[in-house]
Write a protein that binds this ligand. Structure first.
Ligand code: TYD
Length: 212
């Protein structure tokens, strides 16, 4: 079996940068890596982008003209395809899979939209648990500075409110799911990378001890 690592965090936390750096790190020490993300680049992911995320210029707030429940089920459907067609086969081939977002995003964001957490956990119960989930945590003020350029000004307050709820949700999820490790995402990129590598090495060491 390979190793499954997920990077989570609010928008602007630096997930894709860190996912890429971690993928390179693994490749340099000889592992085969599959770097992936959610929403995926498949037809399902594109459908979500069209219906939910870019439905209006509003994007992450009220772009969705569909119900929150339907939105959550679409994210889950995309994830089901992701798990069955890409993640599980890659892990069976002994590869390292690094995913930028996974079911924790659905829990943090769709819970923030007012859906029931237990229902969200249930509709995502097919999603195999990662070996390690890195939560890149940073204050919303900082994340808003970083994503400012990506969003329209009139949505700023609404987005800030949502991001605050999402951040709190992630921190609560870190208490519930033992595979989640919190990393301070305010630090310089290299320092964050080193923190993540230390956590990964710890996980690899734990495995080596189990085997021997
Ligand atoms: P993001 O990682 O920003 O994708 P991209 O930059 O490729 O468009 O994700 C888009 C948004 O979707 C982000 O605000 C979080 C949200 N999202 C959910 O609400 N639920 C989910 O299950 C996932 C995977 C993402």
């Amino acid at each position: 079996m390979g190793m499954f690592i997920v990077i989570e965090g609010i928008d602007g936390a630096g997930k894709s940068t860190q996912a890429k750096l971690l993928a390179k790190w693994f490749e340099n020490i000889g592992y085969e890596v599959v770097l992936t993300k959610e929403p995926t680049d498949t037809d399902f992911g594109k459908l979500i982008r069209r219906l939910v995320l870019t439905g209006g210029r509003e994007g992450i707030i009220d772009g969705a003209k569909i119900s929150h429940e339907a939105e959550a089920l679409l994210f889950a459907a995309d994830r089901a395809e992701h798990v069955k067609k890409l993640i599980e086969p890659a892990l069976k081939q002994g590869k390292v899979v690094i995913s930028d977002r996974y079911f924790y995003s659905s829990l943090a964001y769709q819970w923030a939209r007012g859906l029931d957490l237990e229902w969200l956990i249930n509709i995502n119960s097919f999603a195999i648990r990662p070996d390690l989930t890195i939560l890149l945590d940073l204050p919303v003020k900082e994340s808003m500075k970083r994503i400012d350029g990506r969003k329209i000004k009139s949505e700023f307050d609404k987005i800030t409110e949502l991001q605050k709820r999402v951040r709190q949700n992630y921190l609560k999820l870190a208490e519930k799911f033992k595979e989640i490790r919190i990393v301070n995402a305010l630090a310089p990129v290299e320092d964050i990378h080193n923190d993540i590598v230390a956590l990964v090495e710890h996980e690899l060491l734990g495995r080596a001890e189990k085997v021997s």
